[in-house]
Design a protein around this ligand. Structure first.
Ligand code: NAD
Ligand code: LMR
Length: 297
């Protein structure tokens, strides 16, 4: 975000070390002003006040053998409390949730904002960009193409079977093991990193790129650029009739956040099978987030 010329001020908050990271990043020679905060002296409130975009990557990452849902017990309350602070200090901001499990932490934010009367469904986003980034990289490795030219739609949510790449929409027709391997790699790309880091965490560098890409898209759209489309996990009408209030599909962004939510569109029978499995898991993940706020507001 410090490299992004559209950013005027970057306010960094962490329970520890915010000012140190800010001093470090602040030396990068772009114009934005960087400030760092920690919990003392109203740090969180001061970091949030006036923010147009709030990126939330706070919480614990996975270790080998864990699912993202295993992070729920720790991260749910962290995200809940940050959402309360956002609601108080930056109620009109676009809120971009990175903290896992995204399928549950986004509904947690929504429930908190509803309870405080500040919910704007057009301004709450689960960041699923890394799945899209991976899908374009992995297909380019398979087909020996330039990933910059690849744009694979990924819908659903952000964990295992809820991640549904729609290769057919980009004109690809992988079959059999090739298709299964590709889908598996996109669905479990995060696990590749967790395994390779061997207990030292999960994706951070590719995540930083993906989070910054999504925020850049929002900034472009806020500044009037038309046709900015990113898949993202939002309050969506697409599967509400099945009791699923949040879903990631292609979303056109605008000055008010969500401008238009695209339908999933034409998919193959195999992709439909993946989507059916996704919706089952997604409902459970979303309900878990909603229940958490009800029981531990
Ligand atoms: P990390 O441990 O490197 O960093 C997390 C930071 O959060 C730490 O510095 C910690 O001090 C801070 N923190 C903890 N509680 C906080 C609070 N209450 N307020 C503010 N800061 C707090 O972990 P990471 O690798 O950066 O991962 C962070 C989260 O992002 C994890 O939940 C991870 O699963 C998730 N993640 C999501 C995606 C995605 O695609 N959506 C990708 C990568 C990581
Ligand atoms: C990812 O997709 O890399 C992140 O969600 C982190 C993880 O736990 O895999």
């Amino acid at each position: 975000m410090k490299l992004n010329p559209r950013v005027t001020e970057l306010a960094l908050y962490d329970i520890k070390g915010g000012p140190g990271v800010a001093a470090d990043i602040g030396h990068i020679n772009t114009k934005s002003v960087v400030t760092g905060y920690q919990p003392d002296a109203d740090g969180l409130k001061n970091a949030l006040t006036g923010a147009e975009i709030v990126l939330i990557p706070a919480g614990v990452p996975r270790k080998p053998g864990m699912t993202r849902d295993d992070l729920f017990n720790t991260n749910a309350s962290i995200v809940r409390d940050l959402a309360k602070a956002v609601s108080d200090a930056a109620p009109d901001a676009n809120v971009l949730v990175i903290s896992n499990p995204v399928n549950s932490t986004v509904p947690i934010c929504a429930e908190i904002f509803k309870s405080k009367g500040t919910y704007n469904p057009k301004r709450l986003f689960g960041v699923t960009t890394l799945d899209v980034v991976r899908a374009s990289r992995f297909i380019s490795q398979h087909k020996s193409t330039d990933p910059a030219d690849e744009n694979i739609t990924v819908v659903g949510g952000h964990s295992g079977a809820t991640i549904v790449p729609l290769l057919s929409q980009s004109g690809y027709s992988l079959e059999g093991k090739d298709l299964d391997d590709f889908v598996f790699r996109v669905q479990f790309g995060g696990d590749e990193v967790v395994k390779a880091k061997d207990g030292a965490g999960s994706a951070t560098l590719s995540m930083a790129m993906a989070g910054a890409r999504f925020a850049e898209s929002l900034l472009k759209a806020a500044q009037g650029q038309k046709g900015v489309v990113e898949p993202t996990f939002v309050d969506s009408p697409l599967y509400k009739d099945q009791g699923i209030d949040f879903f990631a599909s292609k979303v056109e962004l605008g000055p008010n956040g969500v401008e238009k939510i695209h339908e999933v569109g034409k998919i193959t029978p195999k992709e439909q099978e993946l989507l059916d499995a996704c919706l089952k898991d997604l409902k459970k993940n979303i309900d878990k987030g909603v229940e958490f706020v009800k029981s531990k507001p």
